[in-house]
Design a protein around this ligand. Structure first.
Ligand code: GAP
Length: 466
C-alpha cells in the first residue's frame, strides 16, 4: 500500500479536527502554547498513563506509587538545586527584540551534538563565531546572555512579596525524594525499590513550541529507583543497564513505537544536569523536527536525598542488611506523558492511498486506542437495525470503550473511526435480521468478516486481549 509522508502540520490538524488536542483558550483568541486535551485525547493520554502504571507499578513488587503536592515548601527547590541551577541561557535580538534560548540558536546551526560540547560560558562567543543572525529580522546584534530560571513562581496568601514565594513543581521527582522516608516506613520495601509518580509539572520555558512537545504546563511519569550505595561502578551500571532494556521493551511492546524511530543519546559531562553522573536522552524521530528528547534517563547518585538531609535536617537514611546506616543512590527514568502522547500519535499516523483516495488512519495499538469498537446500524431509518445495534452497543460497552454511530453513510463512518484509531467496527445490516450475524471490519486490513452476535464479546476479548 502506498504511504504518504507524515508532517507535524497534518498531525496537529487531525488532533484538532478529531478531538484529540484543542488550542487552549480558543474562544478568547487562544493563549500561546497552551493546549487542551479533547474527548479522544484524554482517553489516549489516560491509556498511556494506565499502561505505564500497570507495567511499572502494579505488575512489580519493587515499585510503589505516590501522588504528591504540586506546590511544596519552597525550600524543596532550594535544596534540589533548582532555584540556583535550573536555568536556560536567554538572548535577545537588539533590533527586533525577539527572544531565544542561545543553545537552541546554536543547535539549529551546528546540531545538538556539537552544541552540547560547548560550555555555557562559551555560548556567547560561539554565537559570534558562527555568525548566527536573528531568525526573525536577520540582525546579528545580540544582547549578552542572561540566565533565566525556569521555575514558575507564585505567592501563597494575599500579599505578594518575597517572604511568601512558592514554586509550582518543576519536576514530579522532588515530591518522591521528600516522601522517601514516609514510603519506606509505611511499606515493606527494601533496597532496591522504586517510587513512581504521574502528574503535572511546570516550567517557564523561553521557547515553548512544536505543538505539545515543549509547553509550560505538562505531565511527567517518573520513577526514582533507589539502590544501595554502589561500592563499584558495576553496582550502579548493572541496574542502570537492566532499566535500559526494560525501557526499550516498554516503548516497543506497550507503546508500539518502532526501534528505527528511537535513539539513545548519551550526555557528555558538559550537558549533564547538576545532579547526574550518567544521563541518556531517549529520543524520538518527530516528523519535521528530527530526533528530540522523549525521556530523560539518569543516574542521580545520592545527590537529592543528601541535599534534602542537609536542608531539612531530616534523617533520610535507611539500614542495610548489615545494620549500617546508608543513603541510597537513585536511578531515574523520567518520561514526559504529554510528549509520549505526541510520539504515540506521530507513530500511529498513516496516510494510505485507497482506490485513488487518501485514507488517514491512526494505527494505535488496540490497548491504547481511545475507542475499541464502533457499532453502526447500516441505515438509521430502519428501526429493526437500530434496535439490534443499540442492544449490541449496550452489551459491549460494559466491557470495552465503545461508540454508537448512525450518522452519514457507512464509508464516512469508517473513515471517522479510522481517524480516531478505532481497531474494530461492527455493522448491523439486513443479513443480521436473517442469520443473527454482523460484519466486523478490521481497521488495519479493512477486511470484513461475519461474526455471530452472541459470540461478539468473546471474539473481541480475544482480539483485544481484555
Ligand atoms: N526529573 C528529571 C527531569 O525532569 P527532564 O529531562 O528535565 O528531567 C523529563 O524532563 C521529561 O519531561 C523529558 O524527557 C520530557 O519528556 C518531559 N518534559 C520536560 N520539559 C518539558 C516541557 N517543557 N514540555 C513537555 N514535556 C517536557
Amino acid at each position: 500500500m502506498q504511504k504518504e509522508a507524515k508532517s507535524m502540520e497534518k498531525i496537529v490538524s487531525l488532533c484538532k479536527r478529531r478531538g484529540f488536542v484543542f488550542p487552549g483558550s480558543e474562544i478568547y483568541g487562544c493563549f500561546a502554547n497552551s493546549w487542551d486535551f479533547g474527548p479522544y485525547g484524554i482517553e489516549l493520554k489516560n491509556n498511556i498513563a494506565q499502561i505505564w502504571w500497570k507495567t511499572f507499578v502494579q505488575s512489580r513488587d519493587d515499585i510503589v506509587g505516590l501522588d504528591s503536592a504540586i506546590i511544596t515548601n519552597p525550600q524543596v527547590w532550594e535544596a534540589s538545586g533548582h532555584v540556583a541551577n535550573f536555568n536556560d541561557p536567554l538572548i535577545d535580538c537588539l533590533k527586533c527584540k525577539a527572544r531565544y534560548r542561545a543553545d537552541k540558536l546554536l543547535e539549529e546551526k551546528i546540531g545538538v551534538e556539537e552544541t552540547t560540547k560547548i560550555a555555557s560560558e562559551d555560548l556567547e562567543s560561539k554565537i559570534k563565531e558562527y555568525k548566527i543572525s536573528c531568525p526573525v529580522c536577520g540582525s546579528s546584534n545580540w544582547t549578552k546572555i542572561r540566565k533565566f530560571n525556569l521555575l514558575f513562581e507564585t505567592h501563597i496568601g494575599v500579599i505578594a512579596d518575597k517572604k511568601n514565594v512558592a514554586y509550582l513543581r518543576g519536576e514530579t521527582a522532588q515530591g518522591i525524594f521528600i516522601n522517601f522516608k514516609n514510603v519506606l516506613n509505611t511499606t515493606r520495601q527494601k533496597l532496591p525499590f522504586g517510587i513512581a509518580q504521574i502528574g503535572k509539572a511546570f516550567r517557564n520555558e523561553i521557547t515553548p513550541g512544536h505543538f505539545i512537545f515543549r509547553t509550560r504546563e505538562f505531565e511527567q511519569m517518573e520513577i526514582e529507583y533507589f539502590i544501595a550505595p554502589p561500592k563499584t561502578e558495576a553496582d550502579w551500571k548493572k541496574p542502570f543497564e537492566k532499566w535500559q532494556e526494560e525501557l526499550k521493551d516498554f516503548f516497543k511492546e506497550k507503546l508500539g513505537i518502532s526501534e528505527k524511530n528511537m535513539r539513545w543519546r548519551r550526555h557528555d559531562e558538559k550537558e549533564r544536569s547538576h545532579y547526574s553522573q550518567e544521563t541518556f536522552d531517549v529520543e524520538y524521530n518527530f516528523p519535521g523536527m528530527g530526533f528530540a528528547e522523549l525521556l530523560g534517563f539518569a543516574y542521580r547518585t545520592d545527590y537529592d536525598l543528601k541535599q534534602h538531609i542537609k536542608y531539612s535536617g531530616a534523617d533520610l537514611s535507611c539500614i542495610d542488611e548489615k545494620g549500617n546506616k546508608i543513603i541510597p543512590h537513585c536511578i531515574e527514568p523520567s518520561f514526559g506523558l504529554t510528549r509520549t502522547f505526541l510520539a504515540v500519535v506521530c507513530e500511529a499516523y498513516e496516510e494510505e492511498k485507497v482506490k485513488n483516495e487518501t485514507r488517514i488512519v491512526m494505527k494505535f495499538l488496540p490497548e491504547l486506542a481511545p475507542v475499541k469498537i464502533a457499532i453502526f446500524p447500516l441505515i438509521r431509518n430502519k428501526p429493526e437495525l437500530v434496535e439490534i445495534a443499540r442492544h449490541i452497543f449496550e452489551d459491549l460497552k460494559t466491557k470495552f470503550v465503545c461508540e454508537f454511530d448512525d450518522n452519514g453513510n457507512i464509508g464516512k463512518r469508517y473513515r471517522r473511526q479510522d481517524e480516531i484509531g478505532t481497531p474494530f467496527c461492527v455493522t448491523v445490516d439486513f443479513e443480521t435480521l436473517e442469520n443473527k450475524t454482523v460484519t466486523v471490519r478490521d481497521r488495519d486490513t479493512m477486511k470484513q468478516e461475519r461474526v455471530k452476535v452472541e459470540r461478539l464479546k468473546d471474539f473481541f476479548s480475544a482480539k483485544l486481549s481484555i
